[in-house]
Design a protein around this ligand. Structure first.
Ligand code: ARG
Length: 261
């Protein structure tokens, strides 16, 4: 019995060693990401910002970043936010860092679950990187692409390297009841859902908030359709990720950009 037990233990250790060697040998693209995604290649999302409060954002004009309302405080002067651009590795010396001068958040905003979860950050100087266009029409089909330095697993740490994933579209009629049956509000006109309802496994997560969800336009150019907003946990079956429906706010965003600039 003792020798068999000891033998089993050795086999278990050997299996563990083999399993970790196998894990190390996997290509970077097999890493768990966003949740259930992979390492993004350098340069794929040139308009993407990492914000110092632990959110994402998108450069929508050379001097304005779009993010989530819950990532900033109320409208006004704000010089403490640093936006990092141009790198997948946040510790890279090639990072372009720009501080904020002010923020704009719609006065209707109260919490992500009540809509209006968007905000603008004005940068101290223009950034010479491509900007991301907003999708003005409501989208009813995916898939979408999401990316960020947020947790790669629910409750996990923020990431050093940018992760990305593809998520399927979930229509409001499916998504709404998944949340309202547990008492969460769901506002179809203000929210856009994405994820794998039956299986879970792929989603944005804490720290991805404010980052864009994109879909290619007719010419294959990415357009922003959503802003990472909220959800119950991350990548859970039955709880797709909820994104601010950008199309609902394009006129208001454009008016605010004009006001900020
Ligand atoms: N509110 C989160 C943040 O501050 C984002 C949550 C997104 N959750 C989700 N399951 N997609 O980073």
């Amino acid at each position: 019995m003792i020798t068999v037990g000891a033998g089993m233990k050795h086999i278990r250790v050997l299996l563990l060693v083999l399993a970790s060697l196998f894990a190390l040998a996997q290509p970077a693209t097999a890493d768990p990401a966003v949740v259930g995604g992979s390492r993004a290649p350098q340069g794929a999302y040139p308009w993407l910002a990492r914000l110092s409060m632990g959110c994402g954002g998108s450069l929508i004009t050379p001097q304005v970043v779009l993010t989530a309302g819950h990532c900033v405080s109320a409208s006004g002067p704000e010089t403490r936010i640093v936006a990092t651009f141009g790198v997948v590795d946040l510790e890279s010396s090639a990072a372009v860092k720009v501080t904020s001068t002010s923020v704009y958040r719609p006065s209707e905003y109260t919490s992500p679950a009540h809509g209006y979860d968007w905000a603008l950050i004005r940068l101290a100087r223009p950034v010479t990187l491509p900007t991301l266009s907003l999708q003005p029409a409501v989208v009813t089909a995916g898939p979408f692409r999401v990316m960020g330095w947020g947790a790669a697993v629910e409750g996990g740490p923020q990431q050093r390297y940018l992760l990305h994933a593809q998520v399927p579209y979930v229509d409001d009629a499916t998504c709404g009841p998944l949340y309202t049956r547990y008492g969460y509000p769901f506002i179809p006109s203000a929210m856009l859902c994405a994820g794998k309802v039956a299986d879970g496994g792929v989603d944005t997560c804490q720290g991805d908030s404010g980052g864009p969800m994109v879909a290619p336009d007719g010419n294959g150019i990415p357009r922003q359709v959503g802003i990472v907003s909220w959800g119950v946990g991350c990548a859970r079956p039955g709880f797709p990720g909820i994104y601010t429906e950008v199309a609902a706010y394009v006129p208001a965003i454009q008016a605010a950009v004009a006001h900020l600039s």
